[in-house]
Write a protein that binds this ligand. Sequence first.
Ligand SMILES: Nc1ncnc2c1ncn2[C@@H]1O[C@H](COP(=O)(O)OP(=O)(O)O)[C@@H](O)[C@H]1O
Ligand SMILES: C=C(OP(=O)(O)O)C(=O)O
Ligand SMILES: [K+]
Ligand SMILES: [Mg+2]
Length: 485
Amino acid sequence: MKERSKMVREMELPDHKTKIIATIGPASRHAGTIEKMIKAGMSVARINFSHGTLEEHTKTIELIRKTAEKLEKIVAILGDLPGVKMRVGKIKGDSITLKKGDKVVLTTRDVEGDETTIPVEFKDFPKLVSKGDVIYLSDGYIMLRVEEVRENEVECVVVNGGTLFSHKGINIPKANLPIEAITPRDFEIIEFAIEQGIDAIGLSFVGSVYDVLKVKSFLEKKKGNNFIIAKIERPDAVRNFDEILNAADGIMVARGDLGVEMPIEKLPIMQKQLIKKANLAAKPVITATQMLVSMTTERIPKRAEVTDVANAILDGTDAVMLSEETAIGKYPVESVEMMAKIAKTTEEYRESLGHSRLRAWIDLLPKRSTIKEAITQSVIDALCAIDIKYILTPTRTGLTPRLISRFKPKQWILAFSNNERVCNSLAFSYGVYPFCMEEEFNEKDMIMLVKGLGIVKEDDTVLLTEGKPIGKTIGTNTIRIFQIP
Ligand SMILES: Nc1ncnc2c1ncn2[C@@H]1O[C@H](COP(=O)(O)OP(=O)(O)O)[C@@H](O)[C@H]1O
Ligand SMILES: C=C(OP(=O)(O)O)C(=O)O
Ligand SMILES: [K+]
Ligand SMILES: [Mg+2]
């Protein structure tokens, strides 16, 4: 990835600025498929550590890295931790059908599940429920009511039936889980993630800022500098959102679990509120789960799904995410292509639909409270005043391009960093195209690189914003507009 500046081949920027995250699983962990997904616009590959083995994941990571290198593309890897999510165990034949009125026993014994007995992968499970409680299986699609709690099993009656697959999630919305959000197994996986050079870690079921801080201090101890994405998927996290946002590097609106843990009708509003706050804080936000879920089995998505992707983009999401669509679905490549098409088309209309942020959001910024906010305002003023082709942002931490990205300008933000982890973390930010540079680079090197790649042309008007002098922790403090020589 380094030494890009030596390349002479021309390249084109993607035709969509919303970042696409796709989960890699059995349906997609093949070199050919990953290559097609990257070409179709995937900029982050997600590995869900709730499924599969570390051995499988090691191979997948190697495959992603090799393919990205071959295509000379920056593709970040997001490792999503299992967290405290309780799951059912293995089911005989991998699926059973539960019918309304059936009695089922959830057991902590290690058995193969069938229509009468379902194993639960959590020893203390019976302690978390009592008679009359509601238990949801499989993202809320199946509903059970507790009839009797015994020492290592819970007898239930099926209220809403459905098909249950092996290892699906269990939610007990009322349970204030007396267990740590980040489990010992999570910490083992974080160590694995550091060893494997995974760029970002998704923290599942964080409840408070302390969960994020615990991981941060663990990373510090283990000399890991991974980007931390806090997944908002339980009511506590919504309540403590401001603090969590402040401590994390990015946020995921994890609608799968959030839609079971909270009244589902609140999801759309919650999504808008969380996205707006993350945008204002200049931290990338991901909208996740069921975006094109019908594409798991069908080539054409539902109209409502296409509209959901478009609306998340208009809400200001930085990234949209695919889960089973690409992990176990029949059309992993087509799902990415579909998202890219929706993104391209929707982004073109942002301004005419009145969703442009340029003027509207200036008033939301803290009033010239810091140099970086004042510079951001000047950048926006310039973008409104004259025809600027590209925004150039040399960056050490990734903050400068993220400050501009939150306004979702129509120009690409070309970011240059000599830190590979910073480059990869920018794969999460809307409209930012990162370039990994050699150790030392100056303005001439950046311009030569993007000119050589055929991106900028002589006489193009560009805006450059950065923190100067380079190498000092000074923050974004300069803006310059000039024509490419
Ligand atoms: N690495 C994998 N191996 C097997 N199945 C996977 C893998 N990743 C995802 N899946 C499947 O895709 C489904 C949806 O993905 P995701 O939303 O990431 O998982 P979940 O909701 O179970 O945490 C999962 O329930 C699982 O059946
Ligand atoms: C993304 C989510 O988490 P996971 O798929 O790991 O359950 C979610 O709940 O929406
Ligand atoms: K997970
Ligand atoms: Mg979840």
